[in-house]
Design a protein around this ligand. Structure first.
Ligand SMILES: Cc1cc2nc3c(=O)[nH]c(=O)nc-3n(C[C@H](O)[C@H](O)[C@H](O)COP(=O)(O)OP(=O)(O)OC[C@H]3O[C@@H](n4cnc5c(N)ncnc54)[C@H](O)[C@@H]3O)c2cc1C
Length: 449
């Protein structure tokens, strides 16, 4: 490569999500010249930030937030300087965005209470803020993008970063090799390179290796394939918290991007159960999801970590969409990038074969590859619990015990919907190396679990 291939600036930021924009804006604020490098084109750049709810944790007290984070990460302790930085900075998020010109409002309908209220420190939680008081709809991404643009920070699109350039003598990071227009280009940075390339949720091999998940569908961007992790590993970084991720109940349509399955929050009839491949119930279906965990069997468990089958009846089928369409929940790849609008009565998804329908439970079991008599027994036992009002087997909440009794019956195979992964280069590795989490992300509260 010749000198002509090289450009230089003070700081290179890799990845145009919330973390990347926050780093770029902060570097610019302190007078640095910044280059923001992005793998995707303008239509799909923005990573999970663009597809997210765009809401962040509002902290009432940095001291109590530190207590909460320690409690959330019990068993997976974080260095105290990380806890302190997180607690201090998350309390400043909304004011920082206001300072950039954002209109911020606290949600009065979503995430109004702490997700883990029984943990020490949860009283730090003061709700969730969003740009303009709007959930999702690319609001946070659009604001950050425009704020950067207004300050002359341009994004270099379609430029995947390939590797870090190390000084052979001092081992300091001098820059980055990117792929652009089919050729490799060296970009040099006088003040450092910030890796903000998101997680590895879109890389099936890494998901298998670190999360132990063989069968998942993706909720967010296909661009987050762990590139930053690999680049950091190549220069000697250790990884940490690689097992930490957010899964929730999902449904597969076609391809690798799935749909959020709103079962646990179903309004109206709750005439459904989850069964495993042996056609038995195994989980309290009414346990509310807490970003990757549910409380059941007397403890927090990661859930779902396996594919399951959802079995339900006509009462639930006709009560509304199993996956909220974009006008109800404007988040996720399918809703925002593909514009998929789940049918209001689930009829289109049944026609497409995403959901199986049968007149009897035995026929449904055959369609799903389940043992027919076992499924009949399972539903019978569940319906008895509905009749008595007590689920002795799994402790499902009584108000959700609605019998599966109205044919036709429906079912589908439901892999975990993988939203995001939380691990990355650690601060305690052979080389200090950071992939910052988005300043604006309340999910960072759960990252350490
Ligand atoms: C459906 C959904 C809803 C969510 N809702 C919320 C919410 O309401 N609140 C919340 O706090 N969290 C939410 N999250 C999680 C949140 O979106 C992420 O934690 C956060 O956006 C991560 O920000 P980031 O900047 O680290 O990564 P991302 O926003 O994912 O950005 C990573 C960027 O790096 C780019 N990139 C990747 N590889 C390269 C490479 N080699 N070279 C150059 N660029 C590269 C990607 O294209 C992308 O633009 C949600 C996630 C999903 C999927």
């Amino acid at each position: 490569m010749s000198q002509d291939d090289e450009e230089s600036c003070d700081v290179i930021v890799v990845g145009a999500g919330a973390a990347g924009y926050a780093a770029a804006l902060a570097a610019h604020e302190s007078g640095a010249s910044v280059r923001l490098i992005e793998k995707c084109g303008p239509d799909s750049a923005g990573g999970n930030t663009r597809l997210s709810g765009g809401g962040w944790f509002v902290s009432r007290s940095p001291e109590r937030a530190a207590v909460y984070l320690r409690a959330l990460s019990e068993g997976f302790p974080l260095p105290e300087d990380v806890v302190a930085t997180w607690a201090r900075e998350t309390a400043l998020n909304s004011d920082w965005l206001r300072g950039l010109g954002a209109q911020i409002e606290t949600s009065d309908s979503v995430h109004t209470v702490p997700e883990y209220p029984e943990l020490d420190g949860s009283d730090c939680y003061a709700g969730m803020d969003t740009v303009d008081g709007v959930l999702g709809s690319e609001r946070l991404y659009t604001f950050l993008h425009n704020a950067a643009r207004a300050r002359g920070i341009e994004v270099c699109y379609d430029s995947p970063a390939r590797e870090l350039i190390e000084d052979p003598e001092s081992a300091e990071i001098r820059g980055l090799v990117v792929q652009r227009n089919g050729a490799e280009k060296r970009l040099l940075a006088r003040g450092g390179v910030v890796l903000a390339t998101g997680g590895f949720e879109a890389d099936a091999d890494l998901v298998r290796t670190y999360l132990g998940l063989a069968d998942v569908v993706r909720w967010g961007t296909p661009a987050n394939t762990g590139d930053g992790l690999r680049m950091a590993q190549k220069i000697g970084a250790d990884l940490w918290h690689m097992q930490s991720a957010m899964t929730i109940t999902g449904i597969r349509g076609e391809g690798e991007a799935g749909y959020y399955l709103a079962m646990p929050r179903a309004v109206g009839p709750h005439s459904y159960i989850y069964v495993s491949p042996d056609a038995r119930r195994f989980a309290d279906e009414s346990a509310g999801p807490r970003h990757g965990h549910v409380r059941q069997h007397g403890r927090y468990e990661r859930f779902p970590m396996q594919s399951l089958f959802v079995i339900f009846d006509e009462n639930l089928r006709s009560a509304g969409p199993l996956s909220p369409p974009p006008d109800l929940l404007p988040i996720g790849w399918q809703a925002l990038m593909k514009g998929y609008h789940w049918s209001h009565d689930n009829s289109i998804e049944i026609e497409r074969g995403w959901i199986q329908r049968a007149d009897t439970l035995a026929e449904l079991a055959d369609l799903l590859g389940l043992d027919a008599s076992r499924l009949e027994q399972t539903v019978e036992a569940y319906n008895t619990a509905c009749h008595t009002g007590v689920d002795h087997q799994l402790g499902r909440r009584p108000e959700t015990l609605h019998a599966i009794s109205q044919p036709p019956y429906y079912g589908f195979h439901a892999p975990p919907l993988l939203g995001w992964t939380n691990g990355g280069p650690g601060a305690t590795g052979a080389r200090e190396c950071w992939i910052p989490s988005a300043r604006s992300s309340p999910a960072s509260m759960l990252r350490a679990r």
